[in-house]
Design a binder for this molecule. Sequence first.
Ligand code: WT7
Length: 675
Amino acid sequence: MTEEKEQVPHYDVYWQEEPYYYPSPGFVGQANCSDPDIFDRFTLDKFPECFREFADLLHWDKYWHTTFDSSDAPSWKWFVGGKLNACYNCVDRHLAQYRNKTAIHFVPESETARIEHITYQELYRRVNELAAVLRDDIGLKAGDRVTLHLPMTPELPITMLACARLGVIHSEVFAGFSGRACGDRIWDSESAVLITMDSYYFNGERLDHKIKADEAVETAIKQGQRVNKVLIWRRHPGTYSSPTPWVEGRDFFLDEMVRKRKGQLIEPVSMPAEEILFLMYTSGSTGRPKGCQHSIGGYLSYVAWMSRHVQDIHPEDVYWCMADIGWITGHSFIVYGPLALAASTVIFEGVSTYPDAGRPWRVAEELGVNIFHTSPIAIRALRKAGADEPEKYNYQFKHMTTVGEPIEPEVWRWYYHVVGKGRAVVVDTWWQTENGGVLCSTIPGIAPMKPGSTGPGVPGIHPVIFDDAGNEISPEDGKAGNICIRNPWPGSFQTIWKNREGYVKTYYERYCKNPESTDWRDWPYMTGDAALMAPDGYVRILGRIEDVIEVAGHRLGTNEIESGALNVSEVAEAAVVAVIDDDNKGYVPHLYISLRPGVAPSAALEDKISEAIVDGVGEIARPARIILVPDMPKTRSGKLMRRVLASISNYHDVGDVTTLDNPAIVETIRKQVQD
Ligand code: WT7
């Protein structure tokens, strides 16, 4: 078996390329970037100085002397010698021109609650008052870590920015995560302070959130990390609305503390570019969560440049990224990127399909959102629950993003034609928590879109596809392999917090040409995704390497099989897994399907799905079994948990599923498959 694998050093790809879609002249005319020669400025021979223009988007207290330092390879340093403050760059520097412009539109979940419009001036005031509390009442200073466990309210970016103002390292944990998960991250990051909220609104309910803080502190203490203070924002200032009791001497109401600091201004701390802005723990589908350590200068310049060139953000735009700030997407593309460019950014507390699938489009209409950013999982959910909703509302997007997973061409077309009304450009941005910002995408004012493909490497990023032996696979080969990036870039994480060995091992060891070398050319970055590059340079992501399935000696990416299934209009979601087949000692595909509402399951429909896959991929991918399920197991960040489905099909233990978004579905599916 192992031997056979070594003879198959790449993945097989069967599906066809989709035709191009071109951006409208109207979009191109207003785009921040419409100069096709931009790639000439970023050829590999111009590395690393080409990244100067990224840093030049920021205000520097002190200009740097060394653009790139590789002496501690592969922990790269960027803009060495430079000093800046991230909060100053996202708030203070905009006051002269944009004082009265909205920085944050806060949309509470309840449709009857008022939308808050926070100007740059008000943001400045609120960030300063909180910084005063954190510095003078709590005693935090540059380099300290603070764990945030905050939901999607303005207090979250305000807290991040106040930390950044002081040089304090924030580590935001997604509010949907349990107290235990939060406690593990408090412990790992060695935070002595936890900042949380008493409660928030979710899917029509008011959730008690403070209860998780107690659990988190207990978990951290058990592992040896004391938490001295728990600072609690109240969702409605002045009214404590959690039934969870108060711990005297440890718990404090932040909204009360900031009131006492009214009008106080705190000088932003000028920080070395290479210091740490924040830690972001990866969703970690396996093993312990890894704290990705992101720098101040490199990260901020990277997200500012990408927000400008890939998201096409202008200061006059109303920009809505529907992700959660608890993920890297929200850090980069709700908070730091848009605010660095003085845009108006939308913070939405709610769930996209609550109270119905028209909600996002009502918000877009009311606020005049013209740039929209979301994930395939949300797009599928909105299409499943309300395919005709967008046309009922009078909003007008110029630009839309998809991120987080491969998007099936069929779903892409719905996004483009129905959500974008055939007028907005779509960028499919491929990147990871580790990367800070986008790696592959089209530049929307320059290149056409291709459904199902992310674009080529963005300017400054040089992707390469290696086979298992480390040979380059050329785009002309039509083969897929392991996608890597040839060169470092400023937005990349510096290391895994306190785990340099894991950093080198996970991302560099496999394709490193010489572990002693301090030459970046010897250290391609391994993403862990399987991908194919077409002759036009566009990359198609097939999924995580560990999700690739092997059928009769052929390695197939999950995405192309699932994409075939999604061509059937009744299908809402599809997940394929490899199942051990005792008869011939190989694997066969099982296909899990959830149907659109109102569609009845039938044998005829199963046949139709099978035929669609055979049509798109070939006989080799014909599912041995199709299982129609009411819903798919998903992570809180919306990724399909194929691993859980594979365990069910293979009669293995499904492991710990409590961190899933919908853990109960696992048992339902298990019964359905195994009983
Ligand atoms: C993994 C990273 C980037 C922030 C959100 C996810 C998959 C991400 C795409 C895309 C195909 C994608 C990859 C990647 N992925 N974007 N546009 N097309 N796949 O961050 O949780 O760190 O996950 O998500 O497999 O490695 P993350």
